[in-house]
Write a protein that binds this ligand. Structure first.
Ligand SMILES: [Ca+2]
Ligand SMILES: [Ca+2]
Ligand SMILES: [Ca+2]
Length: 487
């Protein structure tokens, strides 16, 4: 081939690449697919030491491992009608959320959607104009950018939902790329499995889908200066009994992660579920938390759904609880779990009505166990609860032990409460939580403390003297909690 032809081919290739970059929906080409993440995934161990612990070039809060744990994250109240809160209304609330101890603000589905179905995306490249005061497309984008700026000015982070499990009949994908849909062995498009009500399933392992959704991620990261994504429903969305082959979301998330990091190295992913299987029925796919590879944080679904209810009804001891956290909860790559009492999902949203008395101690529990706490915006209608979150989260956010420390059981005997030590280097915090309908007296093993140690209950502003560390007698009012720190 002579030089001239080579140059011409080169120019054509460059032109094609440039054109593809300008278009909102580039024609996918499978060879664009990134391969595995280039480095072994490990995480920052402590986010206040000024040291890049995992050697990825990002120190403390510049690292996505860290900012996600430095304060609570939010979850929205889903608007099923056409009146969701606007971006600008949220912008006004940001300083208040910051004061409460929130670090990460999350927007649920913000794309164009069908009325009454806030989640399924119709067009990824169109915003839901109900979110905007000014309904013009460009003006609406500006309002989202304003919210992002306000979040960043308050030293907080913002993520939006990354939705990929379905493509409803009304969607751009379903209409334009029916070949991207999940199909059974007979070639019929199938609905999501087991949640058929989510509508037709998207084949997330289709290389063209991976390219398309990676481009969507790139567009939002670039256009809006986001800090990452909350990964909606990454579990495998098909029934292996009727669909052939492997269609899991692993390659997609690897691709999105690599793209996201190339734009903003500090960005992070939060997984709604850290594994392929279903929380309610893990029999179809396994529950190894494979998405910990790509996601800095994943929801502690098993804890909230199965372990926590046992604690509520007193069927688990403090020792068993701590043992479960240390040994039973599966976490890979030293990732963290999101801890929550409520989310917008109905089963979690109803907790305050199911267990009104245990609600406040539950908030203390979720704010003081290892992981990253979450506040659902639906919980903040009550001043008492907002104040309670503010107290709990600010104690947590100012404590390395509560954010990054180990956990061990200190409950010894007496009434059954949950009492644990959180410890990081020399800092020790003792948390005691009474989920019972009576004032309790329990004995704690605080033998690691010298006799006469003075501890301060930050939640109730009381001073306690540890007169008998081996057998410390503690009283807690019904449904009360204590967070003891050394003065
Ligand atoms: Ca890192
Ligand atoms: Ca560090
Ligand atoms: Ca790092």
């Amino acid at each position: 081939m002579n030089k001239k032809i080579l140059i011409t081919i080169g120019i054509i290739i460059i032109a094609v690449v440039l054109l593809a970059g300008c278009m909102q929906r580039p024609e996918p080409s499978p060879q664009q697919l990134p391969t595995k993440l280039p480095v072994e995934v490990i995480s920052e161990t402590i986010c206040t030491d000024g040291i890049d612990n995992d050697g990825d070039g990002l120190t403390d809060n510049d690292d996505g491992d860290c900012w996600i744990r430095e304060g609570a994250m939010t979850d929205e109240v889903l608007a099923y009608d056409d009146e969701p809160p606007t971006f600008l209304e949220y912008a006004e609330k940001i300083p208040e959320l910051k004061a409460m101890g929130v670090k990460t603000f999350r927007l649920c589905s913000i794309h164009e959607h069908v009325e009454g179905k806030p989640y399924p995306v119709v067009d990824y490249y169109k915003l839901d104009t109900a979110r905007c005061v000014n309904k013009g497309e460009e003006a609406c984008k500006e309002e989202l950018k304003t919210l992002v700026s306000v979040v960043h000015e308050n030293d907080m982070r913002i993520v939006i939902d990354f939705i990929s499990s379905n493509a409803i009949e009304e969607s751009w994908i379903y209409k334009n790329h029916p070949e991207w849909m999940m199909r059974d062995t007979e070639g019929n498009i199938v609905n999501c499995y087991p949640s058929a009500e989510w509508g037709p399933a998207l084949d997330r392992a289709n290389p063209e889908v991976i390219v398309f959704l990676t481009e969507v991620a790139r567009y939002y990261m670039r256009e809006y200066d986001l800090d990452g994504f909350w990964v909606d429903s990454p579990q495998s969305n098909y029934n292996p009994a009727v669909v052939e082959g492997n269609h899991e979301a692993i390659s997609l998330l690897r691709s999105v992660k690599a793209e996201m990091k190339s734009i903003n190295p500090s960005a992070a992913l939060i997984a709604e579920v850290p594994h392929r299987g279903y929380v309610d029925d893990p029999s179809v796919y396994d529950t190894t938390p494979v998405f910990d590879e790509m996601c800095e944080c994943g929801y502690g679904q098993f804890f909230r759904k199965f372990v926590f209810p046992e604690m509520i009804v007193g069927e688990m001891s403090s020792e068993e609880f701590v043992e479960w956290l240390n040994e039973g909860e599966e976490i890979m790559y030293d990732r963290k779990r999101v801890r929550f009492v409520c989310t917008h999902d109905r089963w979690a949203a109803i907790f305050p009505f199911q267990y009104p008395n245990q609600y406040k101690p539950a908030i203390i529990l979720m704010s003081t166990v290892p992981g990253a706490p979450l506040v659902w915006m639906g919980e903040l209608g009550s001043v008492a609860i907002s104040d309670h979150y503010e107290a709990a989260l600010n104690i947590r956010n100012n404590s390395n032990a509560l954010k990054y420390g180990s956990i061990s059981n200190v409950w010894k005997s007496g009434d059954n409460i949950y009492a644990y030590l959180r410890e990081y280097e020399n800092e020790k915090v003792i948390v005691a939580i009474n989920l019972l309908d009576k004032e309790i007296t329990s004995y704690l093993d605080l033998s690691f403390l010298p006799k006469g140690t003075v501890m301060y209950d930050k939640l109730n502003t009381e001073t306690l003297i540890i007169d008998d560390p081996d057998n410390f007698k503690i009283s807690i009012p019904k449904y009360g909690s204590r967070i003891l720190v050394m003065e």
